[in-house]
Design a protein around this ligand. Sequence first.
Ligand code: FES
Length: 162
Amino acid sequence: MEEKTLEEIIARYDSPTGKVLGILGDIQRSEGYIPRETLEMLSVKIDVRISQLYSIVTFYSFFSLKPVGEHVITICMGTACHVRGAVGVLDALESLLDIHGDTTEDGKFSVTTKDNKFTVEIARCFGACSMAPVLQIDGTLYGYANPDTLPAILEQYGWRAA
Ligand code: FES
């Protein structure tokens, strides 16, 4: 993010030091993630320690320190979803999208396909446990997910079998 753009975001807030979440949210929406250099610039400009900013960014799943793909698929690994087969859904997704799980430097699971079309992430609970296992794509929830229904869901987002 350019310094001027960051300054414009900061200027939206009367008390930037007390509005860190709002500023980080604006950066995330603007860039699709929070670039490390932007976090460092922000730390200097609003006089908040970089370690504090990292703590916030890594605590909230809304923030990402890595660029994400065009579509973000989030699989719930909460207890109900886990018990009802979420791991199998994740395995099937990895196979269909030809990706392999990894944990990012901020401790989150986030994998993006080589063509940058899809990013797969993990969440703890969407509050939709009665439809477990649940996944979300770009904010739309899909309940009762299973490996057999995945291809039809992914096709709605431009995925095609190889
Ligand atoms: S545990 Fe998955 S939606 Fe609650």
